[in-house]
Design a protein around this ligand. Structure first.
Ligand code: MV4
Length: 449
């Protein structure tokens, strides 16, 4: 086992990783920007190194500074968390080249899954269902026109270097295709320094279903069921749950097997998530993207599967085998996560960074709160607005929704505006309660204070 892990991240996920390390008897090194000196990840880690000024680009994404900190503290491994450098293949490679274990898959794997058109092609070749469309990157408007006329409109143009909803365009008819192609490509070029686009049939009223997978160095690959992530606003997930209210055991095994098969085909090692688009009408599912990091919403899987995914991720990085009982684990009950952001839901979710004057985390049976916030903590405008994840678990979905309402009710966060009242409104919505929603649900959900 590693003796010491450096956590190249901040906020709740840095704390989450520190907790896993300490339970495993591993020493921890926090890195922090000058804005985060008073953060709990700095306080809870065994050692802490300041790596730069507040902007993430100069601190949490500053590769030379992070490597110097790892060197200085004699760390064995580096955990990147999510965001920042978590899916940066150069960072993974530089860690390895400097004899630090990167806790994640190889740089090569990160790179191949980061190019979305390539990832889709690999999965198609592995027999994983993909959305009908171009076989890879499209090279000209003419080619796009030809494919679009074959599969029919509406279609979607997606940036190969994008992902997570960045650099996408719906095209409804042939007249709009040329313009959309040119502008989407130039936007992708300036945003990602790569103008490559691919094309696919637009699936209406879809749901976002993702499968948690684990793979060890001995060719064992397993899945731990799905997470339902359709409740997003502008591609930011707000509520996630496991299991999905629309997936039965048979479908779960079918999608899970597809994810396992896809990961195995590329020699994946580590923890990962395979995202699928689920067509509510036809009940077909299609590969969308693969994420090579630990995800924000991982706790809902932990609650229903009764395991610790961050510990598993560390064990896989050390080279341990997946324990044989893990794949046999039965799904237990229902878990849901509400992302509490310092944002104003009645004012277009504008960020509300402020000093937290009062803070009380809810508790009781089946309630978990992952947060780095405390009374007196100053929320910095430099980073994302996630301040807490409220995760609730019970025997079934209705009881979980009821328990979530109770937990939201007793959460006290004074100072910033938060998404708590928005979550309370969703919990009371009858379509949400019936499990009747799709990825467009929150865009049309009317919220009034
Ligand atoms: C789609 C789609 C419909 N048809 N692709 C958004 C995130 C990125 N991973 C892909 N996304 C979508 N791709 C086809 N062919 C609809 C979306 C989409 C979406 C997907 C998941 C969750 C929320 C979403 C919100 C809007 C659009």
């Amino acid at each position: 086992m590693f003796k010491k892990i450096l956590i190249a991240n901040r906020g709740e996920i840095a704390l989450r990783i520190i907790r896993a390390c300490h339970e495993l008897g591993i020493e921890t090194v926090a890195v922090y920007s000058s804005a985060d000196e008073l953060s709990l990840h700095v306080r809870f880690a065994d050692e802490a190194v300041c790596i730069g000024p507040p902007p993430g680009s100069e601190s949490y994404m500053n590769i030379p500074s992070i490597l110097s900190a790892a060197e200085l503290t004699n760390s064995d491994a580096i955990h990147p968390g999510y965001g920042f450098l978590a899916e940066n293949p150069e960072f993974a490679q530089v860690c390895t080249d400097n004899d630090f274990v990167f806790i994640g898959p190889s740089a090569e794997t990160i790179l191949s899954m980061g190019e979305k058109a390539t990832a889709k092609k690999s999965m198609n070749e592995a027999g994983v269902p993909v959305i009908p469309g171009s076989a890879g990157v499209i090279n000209s408007v003419g080619e796009a026109q030809k494919i679009a006329s074959e599969i029919g409109f509406p279609i979607m143009l997606k940036a190969s270097a994008g992902g997570g909803g960045r650099g996408m365009r719906i095209v409804k008819e042939t007249d709009q295709l040329e313009r959309a192609f040119v502008t989407a490509s130039s936007e992708a070029k300036s945003a990602f320094n790569n103008g490559d686009l691919y094309l696919e049939k637009y699936v209406e009223k879809s749901r976002h279903i993702e499968i948690q997978i684990l793979a060890d160095q001995y060719s064992n690959v397993i899945h731990l069921g799905e997470r339902e992530c359709s409740l997003q606003r502008r591609h930011q997930k707000l509520i996630e749950e496991s299991p999905s209210p629309i997936i039965d055991e048979k479908l779960r095994q079918k999608i899970g097997s597809a994810a396992v098969q896809g990961a195995a085909s590329i020699g994946y090692v580590g923890l990962g998530t395979v995202e699928f688009l689920f067509d509510s009408k036809s009940k077909e599912f299609y590969f969308m993207e693969m994420n090579t990091r630990i995800q924000v919403e991982h706790p809902v899987t932990e609650m229903v599967m009764g395991n610790d995914l961050v510990k598993m991720q560390i064990r896989l990085a050390v080279g341990e085998e997946i324990p044989s009982n893990l794949a046999q684990q039965k799904l237990r009950g229902h878990a849901m996560e509400c992302r509490i952001n310092a944002e104003d839901p009645s004012n277009d979710f504008i960020p509300s960074p402020a000093k937290v004057e009062e803070f009380y985390a809810p508790g009781g049976n089946g309630v978990r709160m992952d947060s780095h916030v405390y009374a007196g903590y100053e929320i910095s405008p430099h980073y994302d607005s996630l301040i807490a994840k409220l995760i609730v678990h019970s025997e079934d979905r209705n009881t979980t929704i009821n328990r979530m309402q109770r937990a939201l009710e007793e959460t006290i966060i004074e100072g910033p505006k938060t998404t708590i009242p928005f979550h309370q409104a969703i919990m009371q919505n009858s379509d949400f309660q019936a499990g009747n929603f799709h990825t467009g649900f929150l865009e049309t959900f009317v919220y009034e204070e």
